[in-house]
Design a protein around this ligand. Structure first.
Ligand code: HEM
Length: 537
């Protein structure tokens, strides 16, 4: 056998046939197998072998074709599927294949949504890959519990989220909104750390929503607004680190062999996975200590009937200490980023629509006590009686849902919207698409317009054809338990900001890019906003 020393001369036309080195042969065989798997999964399986052939096929639009419309909070794939939903005839379900080549079913109609989320909800659970991802920061709390355990947990926690209880939390929302305004006023002043009148809304929104959850959820003031160097904030920021290129490539290759590739990926100790696990440990320990503190306080004979979520859960007697730790982790994870995203979108859209900003400011200044008054308090009744604020917040939640899509997997053979569905079929529920569906919201569905929530009988429906058309908090037994909490919190924060500041984007004509990692979606730059204090309120 000739030993090849000259790589430039590997394939001379006259070369004799040579045997490949065993390692080259192995790599070639693996590459050939990967190629064959890819062709099978991309071409043959969808056309000839899938048991879901009876569901129409959607081809996602290439991103370049979808970039022209005003950006919504949908992730890229969901945005690119919007076109398919509008153009491929379907009866509420569409089949599609994402970049990882795995098969999914997109839910596009209210009948199918009703089957999956309401009528038959117990037959559709979060797939293992999603559970793994949520577990790291959310523990084994309400978000991940299934079956009877979920029912018992939800029933025991519901009192903490009833309006009767949420209305007692408005003073916390208002006090923290005032802290936010004060910190931002300082930030844009001469003494501020940035020495500029431009702030990154995300930085402050995240700290405020964590502070609010600390107080309203655990009766503990983290004071992250005042103390920016927080380990907790840093650990949550780590959830948004995108996977490295090699992780994406590895994920893609694994996806050709198993639909559980995402589960496998969480077991490979890459630097990113290690950092996530460290964060998870830290948050668990923090919650454990806070709950112990709370239990100690409640055991005192003269203790008050505190209104925070953990006190209500402890009084219910339904949870062990460790399970309470999981619940607290869930509330922190599910409750702070989502509301922070909503606040970021609110500021973004107020900057884009100065007429709306002006009108909202007039209503707030007219009807609410000044945020600069350190003694000012507001009641639920006062805040909830501002129709334009209510309309604006609802429209932000509709148009820019913090979580633009979620996933479910069938646990048995079943039917959805009349289609036969085998066990283990994965469904994507695209809140970002349904919330803007012209069939449900009329011809102005894709326009941001708070007016739709004003007028006779529209305050709670926005005039939608079917209540399942507003999917921001989902519906049914797995809907967001914190929706009332989040809406009241968002209204306070928006009122305080718009009442006190003139807001403009640093780059008013810049194209907004989306943050694609972590729970939920918001602008990648965190909404860089120029603030100007407006006196007189
Ligand atoms: C704008 C803010 C919020 C949005 C858009 C939002 C959205 C959602 C959505 C879409 C789900 C369902 C996820 C799924 O099952 O796939 C959910 C579940 C949940 N959310 Fe929220 N959420 C928000 C704020 C909050 C807050 C403030 C809390 C707690 C204080 C909270 C606690 C939860 C919990 C515990 C669940 C699981 C409920 C269950 O499975 O029974 N959320 N949320």
């Amino acid at each position: 056998m000739t030993v090849m020393s000259n790589w430039g001369n590997i394939w001379p036309l006259s070369a004799p046939i040579k045997l490949l080195h065993p390692s080259v042969a192995t790599v070639s065989a693996i590459l050939a197998y990967v190629a064959v798997r890819f062709i099978y999964k991309q071409y043959f399986y969808p056309r000839f072998f899938t048991p879901l052939k009876h569901i129409p096929l959607a081809i996602p639009e290439p991103p370049s074709k979808t970039g022209k419309e005003e950006v919504t909070s949908s992730r890229k794939l969901i945005t690119s599927l919007k076109h398919a939903v509008a153009t491929v005839p379907n009866n509420g379900l569409l089949r599609f294949y994402g970049p990882d080549t795995n098969e999914r079913v997109l839910v596009t109609g209210v009948k199918a949504l009703n089957d999956i989320l309401v009528l038959n909800a117990s037959s559709f659970v979060k797939p293992e890959s999603v559970r793994r991802r949520l577990y790291v920061f959310g523990g084994e709390g309400l978000l991940l519990a299934e079956g009877e355990t979920h029912k018992v947990q939800r029933k025991s926690l519901m009192p903490a989220f009833s309006f009767r209880h949420i209305k007692d939390l408005y003073p916390i929302f208002w006090t923290k909104s005032r802290d936010l305004v004060k910190v931002l006023e300082h930030e844009i002043s001469e003494e501020g750390s940035s020495k500029s009148d431009v702030v990154v809304i995300k930085t402050w929104a995240t700290r405020t929503t964590l502070d609010i959850l600390g107080l309203a959820g655990m009766d503990h003031d983290f004071q992250f607004l005042k103390n920016p160097q927080s380990t907790l904030v840093r650990h949550y920021a780590n959830t948004q680190i995108p996977p490295a290129r090699y992780e994406i490539l590895l994920g893609f290759i694994l996806s050709l062999f198993t639909s559980n590739y995402e589960v496998l990926m969480t077991k490979i100790p890459t630097a990113r996975v290690r950092r996530l696990n460290e964060g998870s440990k830290y948050i668990r320990q923090l919650c454990r200590e806070l709950i112990q503190e709370k239990r100690y306080k409640m055991d005192k004979p003269d203790s008050d009937q505190d209104v925070d979520i953990i006190s209500v859960a402890l009084r219910s007697g339904a949870f062990t200490n460790e399970n309470l730790v999981d619940q607290m982790m869930t509330f922190l994870a599910a409750g702070h980023g989502t509301t922070s995203h909503a606040l970021q979108w609110s500021v973004y859209v107020l900057c884009k629509h100065q007429d709306i900003q002006q009108r909202l400011r007039e209503e707030v200044r007219d009807r609410l006590p000044s945020i600069s008054d350190p003694e000012s308090v507001i009641t639920a009744q006062e805040l909830d009686s501002l129709p334009y604020l209510h309309a604006f917040c609802n429209e932000v939640l509709r148009f820019y849902p913090s979580i633009p899509g979620t996933v479910r997997q069938s646990t048995r053979d079943t039917t959805v919207a009349g289609y036969q569905i085998p066990k283990n079929t994965t469904f994507t529920i695209p809140m970002g698409i349904i919330n803007q569906d012209p069939k449900l919201w009329g011809p102005t569905a894709r326009t941001f317009d708070p007016e739709r929530w004003l007028g006779e009988g529209r305050a709670n429906s926005g005039g939608v054809e079917n209540h399942l058309g507003f999917l921001t908090f989902l519906h049914g037994p797995r809907s967001c338990i914190g929706s009332g909490f989040a809406k009241a919190e968002l209204a306070c924060l928006v009122a305080a900001l718009v009442g006190r500041f003139q807001m403009d984007l640093e780059d008013p004509n810049g194209k907004v890019e989306l943050n694609q990692h972590g729970i939920g979606t918001s602008p990648k730059d965190g909404v860089r906003t120029r603030l100007k204090v407006l006196d007189g309120w």
